[in-house]
Design a protein around this ligand. Structure first.
Ligand code: AMP
Length: 218
């Protein structure tokens, strides 16, 4: 395996992207950069960014491109990302963000963009059953046998339901995905950087497809 890679993982929310990113980042030994996690950390810390982001996130909207681009460019300048690469999760979400990312990463361009393909009906079910670790962002699905005080297998943090996983906010995010994020598939497809992976199946099956797709491409 070649060390280091610069990847973007695209896919509808609820496509299992978060879980697959955590696994892939361990597999490739590269940092997992989730803009959703960065924003949620700012919300917890109560920073001005966090206060603004909370309202947007809870309504299922998108935080402005300029803010997001600033956050990500700063993160990509840190040593771990510069040396080993990264897997971007939740960014870019608009064509404007994708164009800026290409500018920011001009010296060390993206190796590939993976689109995890899962139909909308399926992700609706998954999102309603989704729970996340408050600390490391690991994703879980409710099976009905969890203890009331659910702890993360990775870091021991609290596993909870996200405030924005309500039916209204979920539908709004899925609509936004169609209009804002789907055009990214064309943007990356036209420049030959896109790999589409079938995201339907168990997490292990999908991870197997994902790693094969990534390794083949590298
Ligand atoms: P996620 O954890 O990726 O589903 O992100 C949670 C929420 O954070 C999204 O629904 C948006 O409100 C916001 N967000 C995360 N990443 C971005 C981004 N790249 N652009 C705009 N808003 C974002």
């Amino acid at each position: 395996m070649i060390p280091g890679a610069r990847l973007v993982l695209l896919g509808r929310q609820g496509a299992g992207k978060g879980t697959q990113c955590v696994r892939l980042s361990r597999h490739l030994v590269i940092p997992h950069i989730s803009t959703g996690d960065m924003l949620r950390a700012a919300v917890r810390e109560g920073t001005p960014l966090g206060v603004m982001a909370k309202a947007v996130i809870d309504a299922g909207g998108l935080v402005g491109d300029d803010i997001m681009i600033g956050l990500v460019s700063e993160r990509l300048e840190q040593d771990d990302a510069r040396v080993r690469g990264y897997i971007l999760d939740g960014f870019p979400r608009t064509v404007g963000q994708a164009i800026s990312l290409d500018e920011v990463a001009a010296k060390r361009p993206l190796d590939m963009v993976v689109d995890l393909v899962v139909p909308r009906e399926l992700v609706l079910d998954r999102l309603s059953a989704r729970r996340v670790c408050r600390d490391c962002g690991a994703n879980y699905q409710v099976s009905g046998i969890e203890p009331a005080q659910w702890s993360c297998e990775n870091c021991g943090g609290d596993v909870v339901q996200r405030d924005d996983d309500t039916p209204d906010a979920i539908n709004r995010r899925l609509d936004l995905y169609e209009t804002q994020t789907q055009p990214l598939i064309d943007y990356y497809g036209q420049s030959g950087r896109l790999v589409q992976i079938d995201g339907v199946g168990s997490p292990d099956e999908v991870f197997d497809r994902l790693t094969k797709g990534v390794e083949q491409r590298r």
